[in-house]
Design a protein around this ligand. Structure first.
Ligand code: NAG
Ligand code: NAG
Ligand code: NAG
Ligand code: NAG
Ligand code: NAG
Ligand code: NAG
Ligand code: NAG
Ligand code: NAG
Ligand code: NAG
Ligand code: NAG
Ligand code: NAG
Ligand code: NAG
Ligand code: ZN
Length: 712
């Protein structure tokens, strides 16, 4: 039961690159599941929509995918691929360029991990993924080692402790159990919070290193232990899979850690990065490397079942997931990274609209931890090339968009949303005035089930467009994306973090993140592993590239409507009911924490917003019926601008980058969202009612400002 919930919860939002299957955060609210309606089939499309949809071709998508997944493209290391992307867009009619930033990155040099048993015997971890003959890119001589981006160069030799998922509550439990942490090495399980926060929490408890392992328990029933054959011969996880990834403190500060709040140019002043990257070393490992390490803790300290925390006990054979207190076994790890301040390249492609003060930004990152990256991120990259080709077809009919379309292929997302954050920091004056929405597609496809997460203003259009797309699903071709989504998910997620929409949302720009992922019976997606390859994708993930085609058509039609509908299809009024739900969630949280706050200012602000949104709708309706184009423009601009009001210049307490007062990544989750974050976390983390009450006032003011923008 628990497991089903976990797996289904993972579908609630789109699969983002920095996101894995996770528990739904306690503080994220459960959206009401939408009801199916009678969706016409096949969908009826107008002439332009037909041109766009018919341009999609699974064979050319597979070619783009093949290109992106057959050359190393770690952040800052493949300008050729950036230029190729820009050139493709240019070929289809976009004006393209590369925007360069000069950023701090680090690259792996060497590493090692040894377990010393009490009798002196040594086990040396392989720290490598197996080379597979059928999967050609796993044997490339320039394949990328297993490592953590932005990890600390250093050695650690000590006794070690199993710390579960490595969230603050896990450490609190260990302390309650009397486990000594100071001076020890943490062994943490992947899943739950963003990996950098596991390292941060270890570091804050005086630990000197962190080893993070993948556990087959996160694969549900699709495991070798349950008789399923592993990749490359079957859909279960290859046991040598290692999850690479960044250990930046994502919930504190994304972007180049040395230029907080401003863009990274060659001569930009460089700030101290110690608040946003670790100062203890860390390594990612496979479950086969983790097995002897954890087994050596069996019988020491508290056994896993007695620790009694959800997600603590995994499924590695022979392992009891004991805390390990008192085990004489030791670990010795080394991690050598090379620091660079170096160039990264964002490819940018533009079609000018008639109204250049209304801009839709479509983004996908290009960099990957591995030579492949067939799902993360290059399923999205392939879709963007195909999208540009579709718009190229439409341009040839003489069409020109009402609004400006900007395509962005971000670099260095994987290290910490670097390419998108630096770009937003550079163009913020223009974006504040002109940006309508950011459409993000990171892992476009890692399985067959569509999912979206979006700001409320985009809820209506994002579900309406689903009704226009045929979604091939488990052998059927007679349903729309909407039908499949309703059946399998039907909830629009709240945006936390983990992909490139973050800098937009936290500057008050509405956004959607989309992608298709696997359910509990689908092949296991090898996230940030060499097996996220073209071979895996074409054999298990999306044979025939049919889900690529469908999600690409969806993004294309969504972009088309946002860029070309005379009446901008945003619904500010959708915030009213969402804000009310977040309010009730906050009230529940306050109850759980025995906190007493006066929420009247907040409820008044939500009511004011509701009134303004209704007035906005009435005036927009009047503009339409009276055919008043100027008034339509005025209303379009209000819909474009109102969500800027939700931001606070100074940011959330202790993390000034995150300015959105309605939703943010949780301080100790990194991926999963928290609503009314400043108020909520002043209670749940700071335990400071005075602070929380101050933020009730500031949050109410922000909502009032959004309401005022809609009204004027
Ligand atoms: C795993 O299989 C068992 C037995 O068939 C079933 O009860 C359970 O729901 C399955 N779990 C998932 C996550 O599908
Ligand atoms: C960059 O990527 C392309 C396409 O995958 C590949 O052909 C090329 O070898 C890569 N360049 C480097 C330096 O790895
Ligand atoms: C040392 O201990 C390990 C783990 O218990 C065991 O596998 C190994 O055989 C032992 N070696 C010797 C020489 O006793
Ligand atoms: C870390 O260990 C490696 C290998 O044992 C050694 O070469 C290196 O000097 C050590 N580094 C530090 C900073 O102690
Ligand atoms: C591990 O747990 C199993 C059952 O939960 C138990 O039978 C076994 O004795 C434990 N092993 C150790 C070394 O504690
Ligand atoms: C485990 O924790 C739950 C609540 O989190 C509690 O109800 C239960 O009694 C605990 N079980 C044990 C064995 O401590
Ligand atoms: C698009 O508009 C910008 C800004 O107005 C202008 O600089 C640029 O030349 C235009 N591009 C094209 C291809 O017309
Ligand atoms: C789709 O086709 C399948 C058979 O291929 C049929 O069982 C199902 O009822 C159809 N669904 C709809 C919505 O028409
Ligand atoms: C494209 O789809 C068709 C029909 O669905 C299929 O036969 C073909 O193999 C697919 N192409 C690729 C490259 O997968
Ligand atoms: C807030 O929660 C309390 C219980 O903690 C409940 O009695 C009250 O009705 C809730 N108020 C609102 C407005 O939901
Ligand atoms: C809230 O108060 C109740 C009853 O006084 C107590 O049992 C509970 O532990 C408290 N919860 C918190 C989070 O302080
Ligand atoms: C709680 O927050 C208030 C307002 O920001 C601050 O003045 C006070 O020092 C904080 N209290 C504690 C215990 O941190
Ligand atoms: Zn990604």
């Amino acid at each position: 039961m628990q497991l089903i919930l976990v797996l289904i919860a993972a579908l609630g939002g789109a699969e983002a690159c920095q996101r894995e299957r996770t528990f739904k955060s306690h503080f994220s609210h459960n959206h009401v599941k939408r009801q199916a309606s009678n969706v016409p089939f096949p969908p009826s499309l107008d002439a332009n929509e037909q041109v766009l949809v018919n341009s999609f071709d699974n064979t050319s998508i597979s070619q783009w995918s093949y290109y992106y997944t057959h050359g190393a493209h770690l952040a800052g290391q493949n300008k050729t691929m950036a230029q190729w992307t820009a050139d493709k867009w240019a070929e289809y009619g976009f004006t393209s360029r590369l925007d360069e930033y000069y950023v701090y990155l680090n690259y792996p040099v060497s590493h090692s991990l040894q377990l010393t048993y009490p009798n002196g015997t040594i086990f040396t971890a392989s720290l490598q993924e197996e080379v597979l003959a059928v999967d050609e890119t796993t044997s490339y001589p320039n394949r990328i080692p297993t490592f953590h981006g932005y990890s600390f160069t250093g050695n650690a030799s000590a006794e070690y402790v199993y710390v579960g998922r490595g969230q603050q509550v896990d450490f609190e439990r260990l302390i309650a159990l009397g486990v000594e942490l100071e001076g020890k090495i943490a062994v943490a399980k992947y899943g739950g919070p963003f990996r950098g926060l596991k390292v941060k929490n270890s570091q804050e408890h005086g630990m000197i290193g962190t080893v993070i392992f993948t556990d087959p328990s996160d694969d549900g029933n699709i495991t070798e232990a349950k008789g399923v054959v592993a990749y490359p011969n079957g859909p279960a996880r290859n046991p040598t899979t290692v999850q690479r990834g960044s250990v930046q403190f994502l919930s504190i500060y994304p972007g180049d850690p040395t230029t907080p709040g401003y863009t990274s140019k060659e001569d930009s002043p460089r700030a101290d990065k110690s608040n946003s990257v670790p100062h203890i070393p860390s390594l990612p490992i496979s479950w086969v490397d983790a097995q002897p390490i954890l087994e050596a803790l069996n019988g020491y300290g508290t056994a896993g079942v007695e620790v009694n925390r959800s997600g603590w006990v995994g499924a590695i054979p022979g392992v009891n997931y004991s805390t390990g207190q008192g085990s004489p076994a030791t670990l010795s790890l080394t991690n050598v990274m090379e620091d660079h301040t170096t160039w990264i390249w964002d490819a940018v492609g533009i079609i000018n609209g008639t109204n250049q003060d209304e801009v839709i930004i479509v983004g996908n990152h290009r960099d990957a931890w591995i030579v492949g990256g067939a799902a993360d991120p290059n399923s999205g990259s392939s879709v963007l090339i195909e999208l540009s080709k579709a718009f190229g077809q439409l341009l040839q009919t003489g069409w020109k968009p009402t609004r400006t379309i900007v395509l962005c292929s971000w670099d260095a997302e994987e290290y910490g949303l670097v390419g998108s954050t630096e770009w937003v920091e550079e163009y913020i004056p223009w974006l504040k005035g002109a940006a309508v929405s950011n459409l993000n597609i990171d892992v476009a496809v890692s399985g067959p089930i569509p999912g979206i997460a979006a700001t409320p203003d985009l809820h209506n259009i994002s579900t309406e467009v689903m009704k226009k797309v045929i979604w091939p699903y488990r052998g059927t071709t007679n349903r729309t994306m909407y039908d499949v989504w309703i059946e399998e998910d039907g909830e629009i997620g709240v945006l936390g973090s983990g992909s490139d929409y973050t800098a937009f949302v936290h500057r008050g720009i509405g956004a959607i993140d989309m992608g298709a992922g696997g359910g509990p019976t689908d092949p296991v997606y090898h996230y940030h592993s060499n097996y996220d390859s073209y071979h895996w994708m074409s054999t298990f993930g999306d044979p025939g590239f049919i889900s690529h085609e469908a999600i690409g058509q969806y993004l294309t039609l969504l972009l088309y409507h946002l860029a070309d509908d005379a009446v901008l299809p945003l619904e500010p009024a959708m915030y009213s009911s969402e804000l009310q739900t977040y309010f009730e969630d906050l009230n529940t949280t306050l109850g759980e924490y025995n906190a007493t706050l006066d929420l009247s200012e907040l409820s008044t602000a939500i009511a004011t917003f509701n009134t303004s949104a209704q007035e906005f709708n009435a005036l927009r309706e009047f503009a339409i019926t009276s055919n008043d184009a100027d008034l339509v423009t005025v209303q379009n601009h209000k819909a474009r601008d109102f969500s800027r009001g939700f931001t606070s210049q100074g940011g959330l307490p202790g993390r000034e980058f995150f300015q959105n007062l309605i939703f943010a990544p949780g301080l100790d989750t990194g991926y999963a969202p928290v609503t009314f974050p400043a108020i909520t976390e002043s209670i749940t983390f700071a335990g400071n009612e005075t602070l929380a009450q101050e933020w009730v006032g500031k949050t109410a003011k922000a909502i009032g400002l959004a309401a005022a923008i809609l009204k004027t």
